[in-house]
Design a protein around this ligand. Sequence first.
Ligand code: PLP
Length: 381
Amino acid sequence: MIYFDNSATTKVNSEVLNTYNKVSTDFYGNPSSLHKYGEKAFQLLTSSRQQIAELLKVKPSEIFFTSGGTEGNNWIIKGTAMEKRVFGKHIITTSIEHPAVINSVKQLEKLGYEVTYLPVDKNGFVRPEDVKQAIRKDTILVSIMAVNNEIGTIQPINEISEILTEYPTVHFHVDAVQAIGKNLEDQYMNDRVDFMTFSGHKFHAPRGVGFVYYKEGKRIEDFMTGGGQEAGQRSGTENTPAIAAMAKALRMLKEHEDSSAKQQLELKKMLVDHLEDMNNVTIFSPVTDKYAPNIICFALHGVRGETIVHAFEEYDIYISTTSACSSKKGVESGTLKAMQVPENIATSAVRVSLDDTNTKEEMLLFINALDEIYNHFQILN
Ligand SMILES: Cc1ncc(COP(=O)(O)O)c(C=O)c1O
C-alpha cells in the first residue's frame, strides 16, 4: 500500500503507540485523584505539557490539551467571541479556512457577530493589506491558517502579525494544524500570534488529542465547564495516554524535522517535475518556499477528482480529492473556488499529501500509476 493522504491523517507511530499502551495499562490513574497513583498520572501530564512547551519554545502554562484541531478552532473562536462581546462583534477570517473555522464563525453570525471573509489571490494567498483594510474599531479576532490544507500555501502570517502589532487588543489566532513539523515555524510562530491550534493525528499521534497555544495574559471564555481541569478552561478527565503519546510524537517529529521536510520536498519535486511535462494538467502547489513541502494539489482536466482517487485505489495507492472533509460530500474545493479556478478544473483536482515515512520508491510507483491512469483517460476522452 502507498499512503499519500497524510494531510487527512497519519499512521500512529509504533513507539508512540507503545507509550499510549504503557500509560493506559501502567499509569491509568486519574490525574485529579489525591492518591499516589493519581499523582503519578498528574506528573505524566505535567511532563508532557513541559515537553511540548519546550519543543515550541513557549511556557507550559500556555499549552492547553484538547481533543484535536476542530475543538481548538471552535474554542478559540467562540471563546474570543464570548469573552470580548462587550468590546465588539467583528471577526476577520479568510475564505480558505478549514470548516472548523468557517462553520464556527458562521454560527457566530447567527448570533449577531459580523464576519469579514478575506479573499485570496489567484494562487491562494491572503493579501496582508486586505487584513489591514478590514480591521474596524469593533474587530475582536483575526483567524488565519498557517498552511492551507488543500493546496499547501503558506500564508503570510509574519507580515499580518506586523500589521496587527498596531492593534494589540485584537486576538490573532493561527490554525497551525497543517504547519507543524514541516520546518516552517519561523513563518508563523511569532510574538504577535496569541493563539494557535494543533492536532496530534496529523503527526503520528492517536486521534482525538491535540493542544492549543494560548498566550499568557490573553483571555478567552472557558470551553468546557466542569471539574476544572486545564486551568478551569477545558474541564473533563484528561486523556493522559493520548497526551503522553502526543508529546512523544512531537518530540520524534522535531528530532528530524529539517531532514524530513527536505525529503518530502524532494518527493514533491519529483512529482511536480513530472506533472509539468504533461498536457491538460494544472498544478496548484508549485515547488517554492511559499508552499508546504508535503502537499501537491493538481487537476487532470476532464476527469473528476473522485474518479482519479478511485483509479489510484486500484493500485493500492491512497490520495484525496482536495480535503478529506469535502471528499465524500462531493463538493467543490473551498480553496480552489476562492482562487476562482473554473469549476470544471476545480472538480478535477486531487491532493497528494506526504509525510516523513514516504519514500522515493513509493513516489516512482505513484508516478507510474499516474501515467497509466492519465493514458487511460486520455483514450476515453
Ligand atoms: C487546517 C486544519 N484545521 C483543522 C483541522 C481539524 O483537525 P482535527 O481533525 O484534529 O479535528 C484540520 C484537519 O484536517 C485541518 O487540516
